[in-house]
Design a protein around this ligand. Structure first.
Ligand SMILES: [Zn+2]
Length: 258
């Protein structure tokens, strides 16, 4: 995960139709909260609003086409995911209703996410430190909640999650990093394998740059080294796939040189 900087202004679809629809959901809920809590009634969320091409395009752009959690490239194949789940949420396996229905069209609550992270890992999970502070019990105030998932649009993930090579770990065992890694499967085998392969390639690129420093008269080698340096610079930038792990490796293993 890396920090995500979304434009401050939400796509108009969310602030016009999304806002109107949110007010409707709210009125429906207040008229009969018990039925929504029991699941007898459910909200008719409009994916044509939160999943509108203008919204998705803005997320793809802000996230450099990458999944907000695992940082694999997904582009248009990704889902528009709700950080706080809209229909129902779970903390300890038990599904609670309703979810954060009033955030279904909220710009801050939306991310681009791969289907593995969204549909197989996160699903309706949204653990918080103190369940008595759940927003819907407290005038919908999400500020008092202390989520146990890192919100990449609001905080710097590298303060919570570090990498030893391809393997992520919670820095000093912090709970938020640990919960995020375990629940979202940031350490799942396929991701570890993909990161390992990527880091091995990066290391070869780094070694090429090092060799070139010893042979400055070799023009061909110098040209290759320049390309290698550009590749490595891209890999540690926000655009780079798996940038968080790459940054950690460049810092810890390859020595700092960029
Ligand atoms: Zn993912």
């Amino acid at each position: 995960m890396i920090r995500i900087h979304k434009p401050a202004t939400a796509p108009p679809k969310l602030t016009t139709e999304g806002k109107k629809k949110t007010a409707e959901h709210h009125t429906e809920y207040l008229a009969n909260p018990i039925d929504y809590q029991s699941g007898t009634k459910t909200f008719n969320f409009s994916s044509s609003i939160y999943n509108h091409p203008s919204v998705k395009k803005a997320l793809i752009s802000a996230q450099q086409q990458k999944c907000c959690f695992c940082e694999r490239l997904v582009g248009n194949d990704g889902d528009v995911e709700h950080f706080r789940p809209k229909s129902a949420y779970s903390q300890n396996k038990k599904l609670e209703k309703p979810g954060y229905y009033w955030l279904a069209y909220d710009w801050d609550n939306l991310y681009l996410c791969c289907s593995a992270c969204n549909q197989r890992q996160k699903k309706n999970l949204f653990p918080i430190a103190d369940t008595k502070k759940r927003a819907h019990l407290n005038n919908y105030d999400i500020v008092i909640e202390q989520p146990l998932f890192i919100d990449p649009g609001k905080e710097e993930p590298s303060k919570h999650i570090g990498f030893r090579g391809e393997i992520p770990y919670a820095i000093r065992g912090n709970k938020k990093g640990k919960t995020t890694i375990e629940n979202l499967g940031i350490d799942r085998n396929i991701l570890n394998d993909v990161r390992l392969e990527h880091l091995q390639k990066m290391k070869i690129i780094y070694q090429l740059i090092q060799i070139a420093v010893e042979d400055l008269d070799n023009q061909e080698l110098q040209q290759l080294a320049q390309q290698a340096k550009e590749n490595l610079e891209h890999a540690v930038s926000d655009q780079g796939e798996l940038a968080a792990a790459t940054r950690a490796s460049v810092h810890d293993e390859f020595e700092l040189f960029l």
